[in-house]
Design a protein around this ligand. Structure first.
Ligand code: G3H
Ligand code: 13P
Ligand code: NA
Ligand code: ZN
Length: 328
């Protein structure tokens, strides 16, 4: 059944677990997530970015998720809009049947320029008014994703600010978080702690100076009743990087957010963990491997099946590690 983000995260808070929010773009990703959720008895958050909506189209996203709910009626599913650029975009998603929207007012509408605090409060408050009137949940974001290691905001063509950011812009301030939640009424708050979108998060296994998990505890103390969200939370599995390299891919040394660090975040109020890159790495790695080892194969279903199994493996591991399994 379809359910709001608030309902899912309230249950997660009561039982002290976190829920992975996987980005979806196609049927295979949706089926992989649902199969892993069914296998582990986990609740599901499916999130669609602007990129997903332009890739598949809003009608396909919506109908594929409806099909998933029909096929797995016992699994609670939240359909969440990832990184809404404006109140108008959020309104469109609410009309389309999303049960949760993210208003990302940490960036201007271009999604590249850091926004002022006042702008963020203004647009987020408007979305909360609109969404709550019809039972839809709202996630806001305070602080900018970016690398504490390099001062770079994010990947050039991805979702996130461009250029360099000051250290303090990349760490959400606990007192400001309290004021923001009070002024906007958001259900969940994405915080900045040194993670960034994509595969290029850290040039070495992250330590506390570049991945500020301790900041989460401070924010949680300040806003204990607000569900915290970690973006840029792919772990960038070294084993999938190896498979990609073994089968012709060219991806250099890089590290993601260790699952253990996320679990530590969950102990301090993190309830939603956004993951896209890990599914991309596993799916493309599995397809590369199949293309390389089964050189006579040309049935696309074989490739998609391998990709789906790889994605389901990641999903199952995260459902289990985040304590989500058994709560579906
Ligand atoms: O927020 C970033 C997600 O990984 C979505 O990426 O805009 O390429 O779909 P995308
Ligand atoms: P990753 O790129 O680390 O998977 O993050 C995804 C994300 O935060 C989507 O909003
Ligand atoms: Na989101
Ligand atoms: Zn994100």
């Amino acid at each position: 059944a379809m359910i709001s983000l608030r309902q899912l995260l309230d249950h997660a808070a009561d039982h002290e677990y976190g829920i992975p929010a996987f980005n979806i773009n196609n049927m295979e990703q949706i089926q992989a997530i649902m199969q892993a959720a069914a296998a582990t008895d986990s609740p599901v958050i499916l999130q669609a970015s602007a990129g997903a909506r332009s890739y598949a189209g809003e009608a396909f996203i919506k109908k594929m998720v409806e099909a998933a709910v029909e096929q797995w009626p016992e699994i609670p599913v939240c359909l969440h809009q990832d990184h809404g650029a404006s109140p108008a975009i959020c309104q469109q998603s609410i009309r389309a049947g999303f049960t949760s929207v993210m208003m990302d007012g940490s960036l201007r509408e271009d999604m590249k320029t850091p926004a002022s605090y006042d702008y963020n409060v203004e647009v987020t408050r408007r979305v909360v008014d609109m969404a709550h009137a019809v039972g839809v949940s709202v996630e806001g974001e305070l602080g900018c994703l970016g690398s504490l290691e390099t001062g770079q905001a994010g990947e050039e063509d991805g979702v996130g600010a461009e250029g360099t950011l000051a250290h303090e812009q990349m760490l959400t301030d606990p007192a400001e978080a309290a004021a923001f939640v009070d002024a906007t009424g958001v259900d969940a708050l994405a915080v900045a702690i040194g993670t960034s979108h994509g595969a290029w998060k850290f040039t070495r296994p992250p330590t506390g100076d570049i991945l500020a998990i301790d900041r989460i505890a401070a924010i949680h103390l300040s806003i204990p009743d607000t569900h915290l969200v970690m973006h840029g939370s792919s772990s960038v599995p070294q084993e999938w990087l190896s498979i990609i390299r073994e089968h012709g891919g060219d991806i250099g040394e890089t590290w993601g957010v260790p699952v253990d660090a996320i679990v530590e975040g969950i102990r301090h109020g993190v309830r939603k963990i956004n993951i896209d890159t890990d599914l991309r790495l596993a799916m493309s790695g599995a397809m590369r491997r199949l293309a390389d080892t089964e050189r006579k194969e040309f049935d696309p279903r074989k490739f998609f099946k391998a990709a789906k199994e790889a994605a389901a493996g990641i999903c199952q591991e995260r459902f289990e590690a985040f304590g989500c399994a058994g709560h579906g």
